[in-house]
Design a protein around this ligand. Structure first.
Ligand SMILES: [Zn+2]
Length: 117
């Protein structure tokens, strides 16, 4: 190892052996020399691939989310089903297209802004 190269001290959580670890290339793993427990893994480059995978999955799941109803209302024996875009479609068919466009856009994008607890 060249002088000035960054070295960090890692303690193995299994056997307690403290060992210095130098620069770890992307995707490489460092194991404990005594018990072979995984000490450190360089995840560089992994984040972009995960973001792309989750975004693609969310885009694919948007299709069935818009095909299946999110609300069913039964009134006097009649059941009506509503999808996420039913409100926008009803506004559009009622010639209220200036309102239908933001309602449609928000009904698709607003659930993605919800972060949960
Ligand atoms: Zn160990």
């Amino acid at each position: 190892m060249t002088e000035g190269a960054k070295q960090t001290l890692h303690a193995c959580p299994i056997c307690g052996l403290q060992q210095t670890v130098g620069v770890v290339p992307g995707g490489a793993r460092v194991h404990c020399v005594r018990c072979d427990h995984l000490l450190f893994q360089n995840m560089a480059g992994e984040a972009n691939r995960r973001v792309f995978s989750f975004s693609l999955t969310a885009l694919l799941l948007l299709i069935p989310a818009n095909l299946y109803p999110i609300l069913e209302v039964t009134s006097f024996g009649n059941t009506r089903s509503y999808t996420a875009l039913s409100g926008a479609r009803a506004l559009w068919e009622g010639n209220m297209w200036p309102l239908a466009i933001p309602v449609g856009l928000l009904s698709e994008s607003l659930p993605s802004c919800w972060r949960g607890k």
